[in-house]
Design a protein around this ligand. Structure first.
Ligand code: ADP
Length: 387
């Protein structure tokens, strides 16, 4: 056949329109696809969709990360091979037969050794006709949440235990007294003194717990309980030394400090002093008679470095990473006998966080320890109101 020009024009026009429409559709699809992939990749939650025959249709970066795999190694693969976890596969199979969405929590092992707590939510995917198309699963990594819960549970258990020990002793001695041991004046005084020492201990634990929670509160939610102001370094150090002079002398320990620059640091005076008090207290507590405890301070590159150096018991290397944890003590009985609560260094650690500084330790068993505080001389004032 033959076309006349009018027909040809008409055809060309329809083709142009079709091409334009097609172009528009492709553009729309491309845009939707990139929107979808932007959403998927910015999601904190892992997302996996499988088709009816359990092949992976969609997997986002977060899902691959949670499962310890590369997205490219999962895409288009059979589920079993992509997730390598029989319980997840089971969950997906249950979902595909379920009328309603389902959730579950499981511990998965990733890369052979990392354990993760994962929460899964899922639902069957259905087409417009109601026919099953596959399954969609959302993954939440809740390991951090579980870890914090465990820490809190342990902490409550520890506190209860620490408080119960002196309480049990107090009760025991009160009963001994009631049973007649109080008739002899010497015995009575002896038992009452023991009771007093246990109440002192209860007091010390509660004081330390309150300090810790006060400092932590500040660290987490902020507030203006603590005021940063220029504080004279030399005066703060002599304040702390004067607190301990008597005790050090009583134990025949020479407590001294080197020359300290006449400089002010922008800090919370009572918190800094509390941190230093805890370090000096330990240095004296864990040192023998005839030794030296020395406080040194240096200013360098806008930082103040304050060290407390002792020639005491030292800390075995395997304990060093843990001594800043609450209630962690190398020798429980010894710490207790010396009046320790196991909270002193935890308080120092949290104070240093509030002050924008750090605490660190170097120690050698049998030779002594050096605890070092590093603080900015000038505080960064990112949160100052713009005037
Ligand atoms: P405690 O109240 O038991 O002293 P801390 O939190 O202050 O608790 O210290 C934790 C543990 O670290 C102590 O029980 C002790 O074993 C060890 N320690 C701390 N400071 C020193 C030090 N200067 N020399 C030796 N051991 C120390």
């Amino acid at each position: 056949g033959r076309f006349d020009t009018a027909e040809l024009d008409g055809l060309a026009e329809s083709m142009n329109i079709m091409a334009a429409e097609l172009d528009e559709r492709i553009r729309t699809i491309t845009r939707q696809k990139s929107e979808l992939s932007a959403i998927l990749s910015s999601m904190m939650e892992g997302l996996v969709a499988v088709d009816k025959s359990e092949n992976i249709l969609i997997v986002n970066d977060a899902a691959a990360e949670i499962l310890g795999r590369q997205p490219a190694d999962m895409h288009g693969k059979p589920l079993v091979e992509a997730v390598r976890n029989s319980r997840i596969v089971e969950f997906v199979r249950e979902l595909s037969n379920s009328q309603t969405p389902m959730s579950c929590e499981m511990t998965i092992v990733v890369g052979g050794f990392v354990e993760k707590s994962v929460e899964l939510h899922g639902a069957a995917l259905r087409g417009a006709d109601g026919e099953r198309r596959g399954v969609l699963v959302v993954f939440h990594d809740i390991s951090e949440l579980r870890r914090l819960e465990t820490i809190r549970r342990d902490f409550v258990a520890n506190v209860s235990h620490e408080l119960r020990t002196p309480l049990t002793s107090i009760k025991g001695f009160v009963e001994t007294l009631l049973d007649g041991a109080g008739n002899d004046p010497e015995d009575r005084t002896h038992f009452l003194e023991i009771i007093r020492s246990h109440t002192d201990r209860l007091n010390a634990i509660i004081e330390d717990l309150l300090t810790l929670s006060h400092v932590e509160q500040q660290e987490i939610i902020g507030g203006d309980d603590f005021v940063f102001e220029p504080s004279p370094l030399a005066a703060m150090i002599s304040d702390v030394v004067s607190v301990f002079e008597e005790r050090a002398a009583g134990k025949n320990i020479a407590l001294k400090h080197g020359e300290i620059a006449d400089i002010s640091i922008d800090t919370v005076r009572n918190l800094f002093e509390q941190a230093l008090v805890n370090l000096v207290d330990n240095a004296i507590k864990y040192s023998a008679a005839g030794t030296v405890v020395e406080i040194g301070a240096q200013i360098e590159n806008g930082s103040a470095t304050i060290s407390v150096i002792d020639q005491g018991a030292g800390i075995p290397a395997e304990h060093l990473p843990r001594i800043f944890e609450r209630f962690y003590r190398i020798d429980k009985a010894r710490s207790r006998k010396l009046g320790g609560t196991g909270l002193g260094l935890a308080i120092v650690k949290h104070i240093m966080k509030v002050l924008g500084g750090t605490v660190s330790v170097k120690s050698e068993q049998g030779r002594g320890s050096i605890f070092t505080l590093v603080l900015p001389v000038q505080r960064e004032r990112a949160d100052d109101p713009v005037s």
